[in-house]
Design a protein around this ligand. Sequence first.
Ligand code: UT7
Length: 329
Amino acid sequence: MITASTGSTYAGVLGIGSYRPRRVVPNSEILEQIDSSDEWIQTRSGIKERRWASDDETVLMMSVNAAKDALADAGIDPAEIGCVIVSTVTHLYQTPAIATQIAVAVGAPTAAAFDISAACAGFCYGIAMANDLVRGGSAKYVLAIGVERLSDITDRTDRSTAFIFADGAGAAIVGPTDEPGIGPVVWGSDGTQHKVISQKESWQEVHGNHNWPHLTMDGNPVFRWASFEMAKTAQQALDVAGVKAEQLDLFVPHQANMRITDAMRRALKLPEHVKVARDIERQGNTSAASIPLAITAMREAGEARSGDLALIIGFGAGLVYAAQVIRLP
Ligand code: UT7
């Protein structure tokens, strides 16, 4: 007989943190390299400005800052972290994972540590796995990070992507709780659409010409898929958690496009009192980092409070998606 692991009956998000790069990049700077207008960018995406990382704001540095912020918020000893999950598509090394260096830097040097590639759904994927690890007994506490330096892989002369992508990091500590703090995840993928957001060339193809493998996006099909299909996924996440729209305090979708956020808000028939994350206006689309960045922005603005019920949903390249209801620490 093998002894099976047993964990906590329930898990929850105990702390959230983020790191915003210092440099603010207004639309006017983007317009130096693409044929567009401030009005087009704002109307089509909702973005007024974004943050791009400077040289010292590496994936490691931003992650460690966000993680320390989350650890302080949770008030736990970093040595108790049993696993570090990092969602990123911009740690530009095939191996090793950036998670192991982050584990050392935050004070959890022997924690299990690995990266995942789930693009803009990455934070919700990380929370789902962390929830299961804690409840299954594989880790007491899990540090889940979403981090991107998308400015590194964005072609600044490509007008379909140059204005949208940005940089930053967010982190959450997941651990045991007395009440359920994370609802069941509704997640999945649609690999038939793998080409609509993808790296242009493989590493092998770029080898030798010293170009970065830039990201390409056929935005409109993604826009339509996200606006219609993702509202259904978000509704399912509410249903499986047994939470009604009127019981929610916050709606924090991946910050992909303000029009997608509004389309989902309408489809979900969210009542007026539910506060909706609109961090994209100032932060741009930071993929896996966007949800924790948006939550910390709402906290700073006094819109989000401890104990609030939030519906979160991530969706992006793959295509992949994940949604769940969480209670804020
Ligand atoms: O983060 C993970 C997943 N990503 C997303 O969820 C992003 C989803 N997609 C989007 O956010 C939107 O598709 C964009 C903001 C990227 C584009 O908005 P759109 O309303 O889908 O525009 P479109 O691609 O359908 O283009 C509309 C028009 C076209 O001109 P015509 O054919 O109507 O004359 C484009 O050529 O706008 C033109 N256009 C631009 N015009 C000015 C495309 N890019 C630009 C630009 N500036 N940067």
